[in-house]
Design a protein around this ligand. Structure first.
Ligand code: AMP
Ligand code: GLY
Length: 418
């Protein structure tokens, strides 16, 4: 089979790496890809949001199956467009991807179907939101309704901070139309964890849990990022909690789909907080997480293509994926200044040396080829992933490998999984 993966991050490199191990895959393509995907797939310079350009590419290359990585093309309706044009594709249609693209839509869905989440109120009028904040309990959380590159969430400790957030989001529109509506929700506490489950409308397959490290600096300090590293398992979910999450989140989710007549074929990635009052869903993502996927693909022993096809064909009930029982750690190497402005084009050395340990795989994110070198080309540059029989061993291997890689401004957290 000829497979096209859309996107250019560590997630897409990890998916391609796993797909390249399938005996049924004959050729891999990536659009637009990075220097790492170029090693296992043919990169095509079509942007992930150029929906018709991607459909044309899939037709011209006679691609058998397209897998969509990022959220934007899903929200923009790439799945609907591919279906209209008779192309086989993995991911939820736009009506279902709204569960990620609109936090108020997701909240309504969770409330309607009894999925535990933070109490919240939705406002489309900034004056009403401001009045609400005058008499609210603090801290509280202000969220832009739409996609805002993970930056649309503000934890406000006072009415003044809430007011500033509401003005920036709803009046100054710093996230554009994503801020037409805000969700103001109860502040929760507890460890966070990322769940991933493939869903074929009716059935789901729950992946092992993972934990992201969203802040830029050690000790969960600094700004929120796309994710500076992951571990899997997360260490916050035991077997009993896993069963509870299946019962309280996944089962009502698929029942809710049926009740609402909403189709969902793809990956559901709920972000959770394990509060003193039980697990609560912070958000739904309708795609593979990044860098979660880098850790998860290192642990998947079964054929990823089988699972993807079972999701599209509605046969997940028969799927029994096998997982490596070892621990996976992914340490992200980012450009200096990330998540703020960064400089690109810095020469990267040491990737081969870092990959010498058979337990280590280096996934590329913001990288490109330039004049015979691999150079930096984005905020998150590489994901150094290691497997170990213990978390400590996996950490030690990941950091030993990460230290062999050099580029100007290299930035990483030292406490992934600590
Ligand atoms: P989200 O994009 O909704 O997952 O939010 C991004 C981050 O903001 C989460 O990973 C949490 O760390 C934090 N967050 C979101 N919602 C809440 C909440 N209700 N209470 C406390 N922290 C939250
Ligand atoms: N790592 C968080 C995300 O993919 O949204």
């Amino acid at each position: 089979m000829k497979i096209l993966v859309i996107g250019s991050g560590g997630r897409e490199h990890a998916l391609l790496w796993k797909l390249s191990q399938s005996s049924r895959v004959t050729q891999l393509l990536c659009a637009p890809g990075n220097a790492g995907t170029a090693g296992i797939a043919t990169n095509h310079p079509v942007a992930a949001i150029d929906l018709q350009g991607l459909a044309d590419l899939a037709k011209a290359e006679q691609v058998d199956l397209t897998i969509v990585g990022p959220d934007d093309p899903l929200a923009a309706g790439i799945i609907d467009l591919f279906h209209q044009q008779g192309l086989r594709v993995f991911g939820p249609v736009a009506a279902a991807a709204l569960l990620e693209a609109s936090k108020s839509f997701a909240k309504d869905f969770m409330v309607r179907h009894g999925i535990p989440t933070a109490g919240s109120v939705t406002f489309s009028d900034s004056s009403a939101a401001l009045i609400h904040c005058r008499s609210a309990v603090y801290p509280l959380v202000v969220k832009a309704d739409g996609l805002a590159l993970g930056k649309g969430v503000v934890i406000a400790h006072s009415p003044t901070e809430a007011e500033t957030a509401i003005r920036e989001i709803m009046v100054e529109k710093i996230f554009g139309d994503a801020g037409n509506t805000v969700v103001i929700e109860e502040f929760l506490t507890g460890p966070e964890c990322s769940l991933h489950a493939l869903i074929d409308n009716k059935n789901y397959i729950l992946f092992p849990d993972a934990k992201d490290h969203k802040r830029a600096l050690d000790g969960d300090q600094g700004l929120n990022t796309g994710g500076m590293g992951t571990i899997s398992p997360s260490r916050v979910v035991d077997d009993a909690m896993r069963q509870r999450l299946a019962r309280e989140v996944l089962e009502p989710f698929v029942k809710g789909l049926a009740a609402d007549g909403l189709p969902f074929q793809g990956m559901l990635f709920p972000g959770l907080m394990m509060t003193p009052n039980g697990p609560k869903v912070l958000e739904f993502n309708c795609r593979f997480g990044d860098p979660e996927t880098q850790s998860l693909m290192r642990r998947l022993k079964s054929d990823l293509l089988d699972l993807i096809e079972a999701t599209i064909d509605g046969t997940l009930a028969d799927a029994r994926p096998e997982w490596d029982q070892r621990v996976a750690v992914c340490v992200v190497l980012a450009s200096g200044g990330y998540p703020g402005p960064i400089e690109k084009g810095k020469v990267i050395t040491g990737i081969e040396k870092a990959s010498a340990d058979p337990d280590v795989v280096v996934f590329h994110a913001g990288t490109a080829h330039k004049e015979g070198h691999v150079v930096t080309n984005g905020g998150r540059v590489l994901g150094v992933t290691a497997l170990g029989s213990t978390l400590e061993e996996a950490r030690q291997k990941a950091y030993a490998a990460a230290d062999k890689i050099a580029f100007e401004g290299k930035q990483l957290r030292r406490d992934i999984g600590a």
